[in-house]
Design a protein around this ligand. Structure first.
Ligand code: ZN
Length: 943
C-alpha cells in the first residue's frame, strides 16, 4: 500500500499537488473510477468538495462522454485537483439532473452500496500504516465471502485512510432495508478493534471518494501522511450480481448474532454507558473547546463540544457532548454513525487522565449501619437497602443492603472470588462466592443463603455490584509454592511472596493449599535449639537437606532444566531420630503436620500433594515393605517431577501435574530393598543408613517439639537474605560445589549425577552458613557424602560379584529340571531345558524365557538384559559367534532359543551324570561344602 511510485504521498504541511502531477498521476486514476461507474449504468454524478470556512462546491456532472471532459473541467475550474473530491455512485432519477446536489429521494432504485472499512482513530487525523493493514485484512475476509456467495462484480479501493468496497447488484429486487442490514451483518461478523465497518453508509445519496484524489485529513506527518486514494482491484464478469445468496447470508448472520446478543445480558451494554470521572478535567486535559451548560435535571452538567473529537462528521461538526451526572460521565453524539458510542469508546481514544479519576470510598459496614449512604449513580446503597434511581422521581428499592467486601484473585488461573456482605432477615451475613455468581441468572441462586432482592431487578443488582466492586481492593492468592519464574525476576512463594520482581503480585497462599506455610513461633527460639541440639550432631546434615530442595528447584527452573531431584532415605532398624530428622528438615519452611505423611499415603495422593510445589521439602515417614506404594515409581516421579503413570483408572489421560522438589523418606531398611535394581536407580537415591542423628532421646524430643512450634521461621529468614544477596549466588555456589564433588568422588558410571545430588546439599550447607550465619560443619557434610558414595560403590560391586554364583547355584540345585537325551527313560516334568555330558564339560541349555525370569528374580531387576550381557561378558553364558542364545531341538521339528552353559565336569552328579573317575573323591568333599568356584583350583580339574 505504501511506497508505490505512481502514488502521491504528502508528509509535510503546505505541500501542494501541482497541475502537472494531477494530469499525470491523479486524473488517470479518477478516470478508472468513472469508467467503472459508467459500466454499472451510472450516467451522472454529484461531485462535491467540502472546504472549511467556505461554501461546499457541488455540481451534477455527466460521465457519459468518452474523455470525461465535464468532470475534468469541473475540477480545474474549482481548483480542487489537490483536494478530496467526493462523488455519488448510484443512478439518479432523470428529474434530479437539473439540481446542484442529490438527496436520498433522488434515487428510486439505488443499486450500489459503499462498504467503508474505516480505521479507528481520532477525528482530524490520518491513519497509520498499521491501522490500514487491519482494514485490508477485513476486506480480504469480505472478498472471501463474496466468492463463496457468487458475487463477482465489485470494486476495492484504498480510501487514503482505510478500505472501501463498492458493491452494485440487483438491490431493487429486495426490500430497501437490505443495504442497511448488509452493513450491519458485515460489521457484526468482521469488525476488529482497530478497524470497523461503518454501518451508516447504506443511504442512496452516500458519497464516496473520486478514487485517485488525495485524502486530506488533519496535518500530514511522516507517520500519518496525506495519501492518494486509488482503486486496488476491479472484479467484473459482465453480469449483474445476483444477491440472493448474500441476502440469505445477511438474514442468517443477523439472526445468529442477535440471539447471541440476547444471551449476553443487556446490562453489559448499559454498564458501558457511564464511567466514573470528572468530565471537565477530562476534556481540559486534551484541550477540547466546549460550552458548559446545566442539564434539564438537577446535578447534571453538559459539556457541548465545538466539534466531535471522535470523527469528522461531513455535514456538521456539532452535536458531541460529555455529560456529567454526580461522579459519572457519559458521552453523546447526535450523529447517526455515533448513535451507539459510549464513554468507553471515548476512553479508548482519549484515556481518562489521572486528574479526572474520582476515587470512591470503600463501603464500611459500620458506617453503613450508622446511617451513611453510598452513591453509585444511578444506585444508592444505605442501611435500608439498595435503591435504583430510575428517573427523575422514580426510585425503586431493588434489594436489602448488599455489597462486595473482598476480592480474591488467583495468580495462577485468574479465577476470582468475592466476599459478599448482605443483610438477610435484618442480620448481616458474609459469604465467599465464585466469580461466576456475579452475573444475571446466577445471583438468584444465592437466595438459598438468604440474599434478598427483587427477581425482576437481578440485572440491576449485578450492574451495581460490578460498579461497586471497583472500590474494593483485590487480594491475590497463589497455589503454587516455592519458586515462580513467570515474572521478570524469580519470586519465592511461601505464605507470602518474596522477591525483587517489579511485576510480582503481592499475594498470599490460597486457603485451600495443602502445605501450611504460615509461620509460627519465632526464629530465636528455633535458633537457640539449633545451637544447643543440632550443631555438632549428624542433624547438621538435615539443616542442609531442608534447604537443598529449594536449591534444586531454583537450578531446575533456571540454569539446569535437566537436573533430577534426588530421593533421600534415612534407614535404621532402631529408632535413632529418623522421624525427628524429618520433622526438623521440613519445619524450615512448613508445618510438619502438613508436609509430612505417613505410609497410608497412596501414589496418587503423594503426587497430588506435590503438585505446584517448587522447592518445599516433603517427607514420608516409615516407608514399609508392605506398603501399597510402588517405591520405584515414586522415585522416578519425584526425580523427574512428573507422574510416570499418565492414565486415570478409567484409562483416560490424566493431566500431568508438575513439581520440582525433593522427598525425604524414612524406613527400617535401605531403599534398595524396595526398588528394582535398575541402572540409574542408584543415581536417584541418597541413602543415609544407620546414622545416629541426635545426641540423645531427650535431645531428639526437644528438636521435634521446638520444630513443631516454630516452623517456617528459618525458611523466611533464609529467603529474605537470599534476595538481599542476590538469588544468583545459588548458581555460582552450586557450580563451585559441583567442581569439588567431581574432583573428590570415586570414579563410577554415574559420577556426574551423584555429584549433582551431593552438590545440592553442600550448596545448601554453604548458603546456611552464609545467609543464616549458622556455623554448620561444611567439611563434615561434604566428607560424609563422599563416604556414602564410596560405600555405595563397594556395595554395588559385591552385588555384582554375586550374580554368577547365584546362577550356578540355581542351575545345580535344579538339575532335575533338565532333560537328558542319553537317558530317555527318566521322565522329566516341568522341563527347563536340556543337559548333556560332553567329553570335558556338562552342557546345560536353559530355555530363554525361563532363564530371563530367573535372572529377574535373582538380581532383583525389572529388565534382565543387562545382567545377561554381564554373564556373557564374563564367559559364563556360552556364546557361539555373535549369537547370545542358541536354538536347540526339542523334538524332531521344533527348535527353541536357549542360553547355554558349559559347566565343569565335577558338577556332573547334579545332573545325574556319572563323574569322571579322577574327580570322584573331590566331588564328595565338595558336596559337603558350600558350593564355590574359588574352592576348586584349576589343577584339580585334570583328569
Ligand atoms: Zn460524533
Amino acid at each position: 500500500m505504501e511506497n508505490r511510485e505512481d502514488l502521491i504521498k504528502i508528509t509535510e504541511k503546505d505541500t501542494q499537488v501541482t497541475k502537472e502531477e494531477f494530469d499525470k498521476l491523479l486524473w488517470p486514476k479518477m478516470r478508472e473510477t468513472t469508467d467503472y461507474l459508467k459500466r454499472k449504468g451510472i450516467t451522472h454524478l454529484n461531485v462535491r468538495h467540502f472546504a472549511k470556512g467556505e461554501p461546499t462546491k457541488t455540481s451534477i456532472v455527466s460521465i457519459e462522454a468518452e474523455q470525461q471532459r465535464p468532470l475534468y473541467q469541473w475540477i480545474i475550474n474549482n481548483q480542487v485537483w489537490g483536494k478530496t473530491i467526493n462523488i455519488t455512485f448510484n443512478q439518479p432519477e432523470k428529474a434530479a439532473l437539473s439540481k446542484t446536489s442529490f438527496g436520498n429521494t433522488d434515487f428510486k432504485e439505488p443499486n450500489g452500496v459503499l462498504i467503508d472499512v474505516d480505521t479507528v482513530r481520532k477525528a482530524g487525523t490520518s491513519a497509520t500504516i498499521q491501522m490500514v493493514s487491519v482494514s485490508e485484512k477485513i476486506v480480504k475476509k469480505i472478498e472471501k465471502l463474496w466468492k463463496d456467495l457468487g458475487i463477482n462484480n465489485y470494486l476495492v479501493a484504498f480510501s487514503g485512510n482505510g478500505m472501501h468496497i463498492i458493491l452494485h447488484g440487483d438491490f431493487k429486487n429486495y426490500p430497501n432495508t437490505f443495504r442497511k442490514k448488509l452493513l450491519e451483518a458485515l460489521a457484526s461478523e468482521f469488525d476488529e478493534p482497530e478497524a470497523k465497518i461503518d454501518t451508516v453508509t447504506h443511504d442512496a445519496a452516500r458519497l464516496t471518494k473520486l478514487y485517485g484524489c488525495i485524502a486530506t485529513k488533519g496535518d500530514p506527518t511522516e507517520e500519518t501522511p496525506h495519501r492518494q486514494s486509488y482503486i486496488v482491484s476491479i472484479h467484473e464478469d459482465k453480469k449483474t450480481n445476483d444477491l440472493s445468496k448474500l441476502n440469505q447470508w445477511v438474514e442468517e448472520t443477523l439472526k445468529k448474532n442477535q440471539s447471541e446478543a440476547r444471551k449476553t445480558p443487556t446490562l453489559e451494554k448499559k454498564k458501558m454507558v457511564w464511567m466514573k470521572g470528572n468530565a471537565k478535567k477530562w476534556a481540559d486535559h486534551y484541550g477540547f473547546s466546549y460550552k458548559e451548560k446545566a442539564g434539564d435535571k438537577p446535578g447534571i452538567t453538559i459539556l457541548s463540544f465545538e466539534k466531535c473529537p471522535m470523527k469528522d462528521h461531513t455535514n456538521s461538526p456539532y452535536g458531541f457532548a460529555l455529560i456529567q451526572s454526580g461522579d459519572f460521565v457519559m458521552v453523546q453524539c447526535m450523529h447517526e454513525s455515533h448513535k451507539e458510542i459510549t464513554i468507553y469508546d471515548f476512553n479508548e481514544l482519549y484515556p481518562r487522565p489521572d486528574e479526572a479519576k474520582i476515587g470512591q470510598k470503600p463501603i464500611s459496614q459500620t458506617h453503613l449501619s450508622a446511617g451513611e449512604k453510598y452513591d453509585f449513580f444511578p444506585y444508592l446503597l444505605s442501611n435500608e437497602g439498595l435503591v435504583w434511581k430510575k428517573g427523575d422521581d422514580k426510585k425503586i428499592k431493588i434489594s436489602s443492603p448488599v455489597y462486595i467486601n473482598g476480592i480474591k484473585k488467583s495468580i495462577e488461573d485468574n479465577t476470582v472470588q468475592y466476599q459478599l456482605m448482605y443483610k438477610s432477615n435484618d442480620l448481616w451475613e458474609k459469604i465467599w462466592v465464585d466469580g461466576s455468581y456475579i452475573q444475571a441468572g446466577m445471583l438468584k441462586k444465592l437466595s438459598r443463603v438468604g440474599l434478598e432482592f427483587k427477581a425482576n431487578f437481578e440485572n440491576n443488582l449485578v450492574d451495581f455490584l460490578i460498579e461497586q466492586k471497583q472500590t474494593v481492593e483485590v487480594c491475590y492468592s497463589h497455589k503454587r509454592i516455592g519458586w515462580d519464574f513467570r515474572h521478570m525476576e524469580p519470586v519465592f512463594r511461601l505464605f507470602n511472596s518474596y522477591g525483587n520482581a517489579n511485576d510480582m503480585f503481592v499475594s498470599q497462599l490460597d486457603e485451600g493449599a495443602i502445605f501450611d506455610l504460615k509461620p509460627t513461633g519465632n526464629y530465636d527460639t528455633w535458633l537457640q535449639m539449633v545451637k544447643t541440639d543440632v550443631l555438632g550432631t549428624y542433624m547438621e546434615m538435615m539443616l542442609a537437606v531442608g534447604f537443598a530442595s529449594m536449591v534444586f528447584a531454583y537450578l531446575k527452573g533456571t540454569t539446569y532444566p535437566e537436573l533430577t531431584a534426588p530421593f533421600i532415605n534415612l534407614s535404621n532398624r532402631t529408632s535413632t531420630g529418623k522421624t525427628t530428622s524429618q520433622v526438623f528438615a521440613v519445619s524450615l519452611f512448613s508445618s510438619p503436620n502438613s508436609s509430612m505423611d505417613s505410609m497410608n499415603a497412596t501414589m496418587n495422593s503423594i503426587i497430588g500433594t506435590l503438585a505446584n510445589n517448587h522447592g518445599i521439602l516433603y517427607a514420608l515417614d516409615e516407608l514399609a515393605t508392605n506398603s501399597t506404594i510402588d517405591v520405584t515409581q515414586l522415585v522416578y516421579a519425584v526425580s523427574t517431577g512428573k507422574d510416570r503413570k499418565r492414565l486415570n483408572q478409567d484409562g483416560t489421560i490424566r493431566k500431568r501435574s508438575s513439581f520440582s522438589t525433593m522427598i525425604l523418606t524414612s524406613a527400617e531398611n535401605p531403599l534398595t530393598t524396595f526398588v528394582k535394581n535398575e541402572t540409574g536407580m542408584r543415581a536417584r537415591i541418597i541413602e543415609f543408613s544407620g546414622k545416629t542423628w541426635t545426641k540423645s532421646a531427650s535431645s531428639s524430643e526437644k528438636i521435634k517439639q521446638v520444630s513443631n512450634n516454630n516452623y517456617g521461621q528459618a525458611g523466611i529468614k533464609f529467603v529474605k537474605r537470599l534476595f538481599e544477596e542476590g538469588h544468583q549466588i545459588i548458581t555460582s555456589t552450586f557450580e563451585e560445589e559441583k567442581r569439588v564433588m567431581i574432583a573428590e568422588l570415586p570414579q563410577s558410571s554415574v559420577k556426574e549425577r551423584i555429584a549433582n545430588n551431593y552438590a545440592l546439599i553442600t550448596t545448601a550447607a554453604r548458603l546456611v552458613i552464609q545467609l543464616l550465619e549458622i556455623p554448620i560443619r561444611y567439611d563434615f557434610i561434604k566428607n560424609e557424602l563422599i563416604l556414602l558414595e564410596q560405600e555405595a560403590i563397594e556395595f554395588a560391586k559385591n552385588e555384582q560379584q554375586g550374580i554368577d554364583e547365584k546362577v550356578l547355584e540355581f542351575l545345580l540345585s535344579n538339575g532335575q529340571h533338565f532333560v537328558q537325551f542319553s537317558n530317555a527313560k527318566k521322565p522329566v516334568y516341568n522341563a527347563w531345558g536340556i543337559c548333556q555330558r560332553k567329553n570335558d564339560y556338562i552342557q546345560v541349555n536353559i530355555f530363554k524365557n525361563k532363564f530371563e525370569d530367573v535372572v529377574k528374580k535373582l538380581a532383583n531387576v525389572e529388565n534382565p538384559k543387562r545382567i545377561i550381557q554381564e554373564l556373557i561378558d564374563i564367559g559364563m553364558i556360552y556364546k557361539e559367534g555373535d549369537r547370545k542364545n542358541k536354538r536347540i531341538n526339542v523334538d524332531n521339528r521344533k527348535r527353541v532359543p536357549t542360553y547355554e552353559f558349559h559347566l565343569d565336569l565335577e558338577y556332573a552328579a547334579y545332573f545325574s551324570f556319572s563323574l569322571p573317575r579322577s574327580l570322584e573323591i573331590n566331588a564328595k568333599e565338595i558336596t559337603q561344602q558350600e558350593i564355590s568356584i574359588d574352592d576348586i583350583a584349576p589343577d584339580d580339574l585334570e583328569f
